[in-house]
Design a binder for this molecule. Structure first.
Ligand SMILES: C[S@@+](CC[C@H](N)C(=O)[O-])C[C@H]1O[C@@H](n2cnc3c(N)ncnc32)[C@H](O)[C@@H]1O
Length: 256
């Protein structure tokens, strides 16, 4: 499939209709970084979800939000554009829709959530600031957003290797770039908008959010011993994923 363009500034999300099956297969592997590193760290940051209302924006097949329902979340909703969902347990709502404006998703208008998740999905919002502002307005008083994004230096390193350029040139480039994830589906091209760390951090503050906690999870020594090749490839790229616990800034119309 050819690269496709998307809205104003987000990454192109249409290819996901094709890509989602390959992504879920790769994610399910025992040695996937999601299983070894990302989900354990995300789960820890979420803490106890008993009795909480959770919304997973860009939920993939919905397995993560379904697990949270199994661990006591009183409301568990997933939204994903691909519509490639697991069979829905009765207490989980999975909705095929765009995460760019969560309040406009059928059935979500006027609802509030204690936890809103954007796990490797936030880049696909048409307007990232607006997507976060809307999510912020849907939080309960003590609610927070858990957002994870690939460390941008990783893309810069990969593109510098591919293009014979330097990391600095690629890191500060503003040109969209095409990206294939061969582990998922080598026929599908995603287009990505480059971002720097300051772009990402400024998006949060412009959206009226502050960072309560940031985490850069690493593979545990046990996992590194079990999957040495994975560990070596992770170390080669130096950097992986950034995770942020985001709360509404006081005085920014937070919560409501
Ligand atoms: C890298 S996957 C992450 C999936 C899941 N959050 C996880 O952590 O495993 C990105 C997900 O975002 C979804 N997605 C892409 N663009 C979207 C959009 N505009 N609205 C809703 N979901 C979108 C894709 O279908 C895919 O499931």
């Amino acid at each position: 499939m050819a690269a496709q363009t998307s809205g104003a500034s987000g990454d192109a999300s249409r290819p996901w209709q094709t890509l989602s099956a390959g992504f879920e297969q790769a994610r399910a592997r025992a040695d996937s970084l999601d299983r070894l590193v990302e989900w354990p760290a995300q789960r820890e940051l979420l803490g106890d979800v008993t009795g909480l209302a959770v919304l997973d924006a860009g939920c993939g097949n919905g397995a993560k939000v379904a697990q949270l329902a199994g661990e006591g979340a009183s409301v568990a909703v997933g939204v994903d554009i691909s519509g490639n969902f697991i069979e829905t347990p009765p207490d989980v709502e999975l909705i095929q829709a765009d995460l760019s404006d969560l309040a406009a998703v059928p059935g979500l208008s006027g609802r509030r959530f204690d936890r809103i998740l954007f796990l490797q999905s936030f880049g696909y919002a048409t307007d990232p600031v607006r997507a976060l502002q809307v999510a912020r307005s849907m939080l309960t008083d003590d609610g927070f957003i858990l957002l994870t994004r690939t460390q941008p230096i990783r893309y810069a390193l990969e593109r510098a290797e591919q293009n014979g350029t330097t990391v600095g040139e690629e890191y500060f480039s503003t040109e969209r770039f095409s990206y294939k994830h061969r582990n998922w589906d080598d026929q599908v091209t995603l287009t990505k908008r480059p971002y720097t760390m300051s772009d990402l951090l400024n998006t949060f503050s412009t959206a009226g959010l502050w960072i309560e906690k940031a985490v850069e999870p690493q593979m545990s020594p046990e996992a590194a011993e079990r999957f040495p090749e994975k560990y070596a490839s992770m170390n080669k790229r130096l950097v992986g994923i950034l995770m942020f616990k985001l709360r509404p800034l006081p005085g920014c119309g937070a919560g409501h």
